[in-house]
Design a binder for this molecule. Structure first.
Ligand code: NDP
Ligand code: 8X3
Length: 261
């Protein structure tokens, strides 16, 4: 039997991509869900589908993780239902643009830092004490291969994902005397709305990112998350890197070598 059955999982950024696929994977295995994102209508449709197809409870909350007040309200609302998450999947995140630092837009930098780092911290700070009180739990932070290697124009996005990796390490240290596990799941290129958002809705440019090879699907990452959540109580997986077979690091793709190789 899956270890997530009858537990509660809180997922940020559940309206699309990896967050949505994770919600589906957890629901399939009988996990109740607290789903958050800014697009309430998408969450509503997803919640209805999951409650209809699986015998689980799904609570949805429109939340902008950049806004401390919005996260505080989420915490108060969840607490009022007397549910404490067993799993927290810090997934909400984005990249904006590919400009060099010297030509970058500070508003985009603010949005990436506020979402990928500060949002993750706000949500974690709000829920972690209750999870510790509950006695057992698991935090999964969605990092990236961009948190292992930089690339031209990746700058601030890279910095946020290196930061997610560092925070995951730090959380593991801070939580050593508890039964809370922390894992950083770091995917390579995964075909979601990520590039569409990065390139401000330019679908042609976004599609090119995934055109010449088979990228990961969101479900592949969700499967990895489910694997981690299913490990025995004494097992912790600090990092899990998952890549498309055709992508061996951030630059090296099958049949698409950089010019110097
Ligand atoms: P998507 O664009 O499909 O999903 C991003 C999710 O984040 C959406 O549900 C979005 O919801 C949510 N989100 C963005 N900003 C906020 C915010 N301020 N408050 C709350 N929710 C927010 O992309 P992915 O599924 O690919 O991205 C998920 C995570 O995976 C991100 O952290 C990304 O960095 C990471 N990642 C992605 C990779 C890829 O190649 N796709 C590879 C490695 C890591 P809404 O807009 O409704 O608020
Ligand atoms: C997303 C992967 O390489 O576009 O984190 O930064 S990449």
């Amino acid at each position: 039997m899956s270890r997530v059955k009858d537990k509660w999982g809180l997922i940020t950024g559940a309206s699309s991509g990896i967050g949505e696929a994770s919600a589906k994977a957890l629901a399939h295995d009988g996990c109740n869900l607290i789903l958050t994102a800014r697009r309430a209508e998408k969450l509503k449709i997803l919640a209805q589908e999951l409650e209809k197809n699986h015998n689980i409870k799904v609570h949805i909350y429109p939340v902008d993780v950049r806004v401390k007040k919005s996260v505080e309200l989420l915490f108060e609302d969840v607490k009022a239902t007397e549910t404490v998450p067993d799993f927290l999947i810090n997934n909400a995140g984005l990249a904006l643009g590919l400009e060099s630092v010297q030509e970058g837009f500070t508003d985009k930098w603010d949005t990436m830092i506020d979402t990928n780092l500060k949002g993750l911290l706000y949500v974690t700070r709000a829920f972690l004490p209750l999870m510790i009180q509950k006695g057992e739990g698991h935090i999964i932070n969605i990092g990236s291969t961009a948190g292992w290697q930089t690339y031209p124009g990746g700058n601030v996005y890279n910095a946020t994902k290196f930061g997610v990796r560092a925070l995951s390490d730090a959380m593991n240290l801070d939580l050593v005397d508890t039964d809370i596990k922390v894992s950083c799941v770091a995917p390579g290129n995964c075909e979601t709305d990520f590039s569409l958002v990065r390139f401000d809705g330019d679908k042609e440019r976004a599609d090119k990112v995934y055109a010449k090879y088979k990228a990961l699907e969101a479900k592949d990452v969700a499967d990895a998350i489910l694997y981690i959540l299913n490990t025995l109580p004494h097992v912790n997986i600090p990092y899990l890197r998952i890549m498309p077979k055709a992508q061996r690091n951030i630059y090296i793709f099958k049949e698409n070598r950089p010019f110097w190789l």
